[in-house]
Design a binder for this molecule. Structure first.
Ligand code: DGL
Length: 265
């Protein structure tokens, strides 16, 4: 890719395998409302969490490059799975562009109380990858940290099912063990999961603390843009452009779901 000229008032690219990254976009807009955003979901190839590392790396790379060609001045990889597979490679390849990934919020969950028992919910790939293993090892002297792969959970969110009976059945079964042997904190280690937080809370109980990495990721992006002198100087509210790898009616429906999720409290 030829040398890119980064512009202050260009949009920030936000990428996920589908609609999950909207949970991170919300946090970005909260702290940088005057920025413009391009949100790109690769729903055509979702889920990423059950693919191989090489597949996720090459999909993420291709979409990142596309966003830079479209003028993005920075990139938030709003997907834990794509971050563990590709963020290091992207930073090597595009060293002049601020690129921020998201990782499961193990640190706050493991350090917010004495002897925590922490459940880390994430996709099978995130759970398998070295990045999370190292993060868990780093905090394992603080308490017990239990990784829980959740294959299929993102699909409920992709369908817009955030409170249906099938979802309740799925989560009740998945989390059954932790209703018998309770945990005191939960990490939502996939950007789709904050949209089912209420149901997780309901099943595990109101005393369980739930964490996700969205806010920290947004703060890191603001820091990186500020450092690079790339924060917008616009004085009015920015815009969000949604795009998706699907086409036709399916694409329109996905974008409508993105808008709905962005508005959800
Ligand atoms: N939203 C993604 C994450 O944060 C993954 C969902 C998927 O494609 O499996 O890990």
């Amino acid at each position: 890719m030829e040398q890119i000229q980064l512009k202050k008032n260009a949009p920030i690219g936000v990428f996920d395998s589908g609609v999950g990254g909207i949970s991170v976009l919300k946090e970005l807009i909260k702290i940088m409302p005057r920025e413009n955003y391009i949100y790109y979901g690769d729903s055509l190839h979702a889920p990423y969490g059950t693919k191989t590392l090489e597949q996720v790396r090459s999909l993420t790379r291709a979409h990142a490059e596309e966003l830079f060609q479209r003028g993005a001045k920075g990139l938030v990889v709003a997907c834990n799975t794509a971050t563990s597979a590709a963020v290091r490679v992207l930073r090597e390849e595009f060293p002049q562009i601020p690129i921020v990934g998201i990782e499961p919020a193990v640190k706050p969950a493991a350090t917010c109380m004495e002897n925590p028992r922490v459940l880390v919910m994430a996709t099978p790939m995130t759970i398998r990858e070295e990045k999370l293993k190292q993060l868990i090892a780093k905090y394992s002297d603080r308490g017990e940290i239990i990784p829980l792969p959740c294959p299929g959970l993102m699909d409920f969110v992709e369908r817009g099912d955030l409170e249906g009976e099938d979802l309740r059945r799925y989560l009740t079964e998945l989390l059954y063990e932790y209703t018998i042997h309770p945990v005191n904190s939960v990490v939502l280690g996939c950007t789709h999961y904050p949209f089912v937080k209420d149901m997780v809370q309901e099943i595990l109980g109101s005393e369980v603390a739930i964490f996700d990495g969205g806010e920290g990721t947004a703060r890191e992006m603001r820091r990186r843009l500020e450092e690079a002198g790339l924060l917008t100087d616009a004085e009015t509210e920015g815009t969000v452009v949604f795009d998706n790898s699907l086409s036709g009616e399916a694409k329109e429906q996905k974008i409508a779901l993105c808008r709905k999720l962005l508005e959800k409290k």
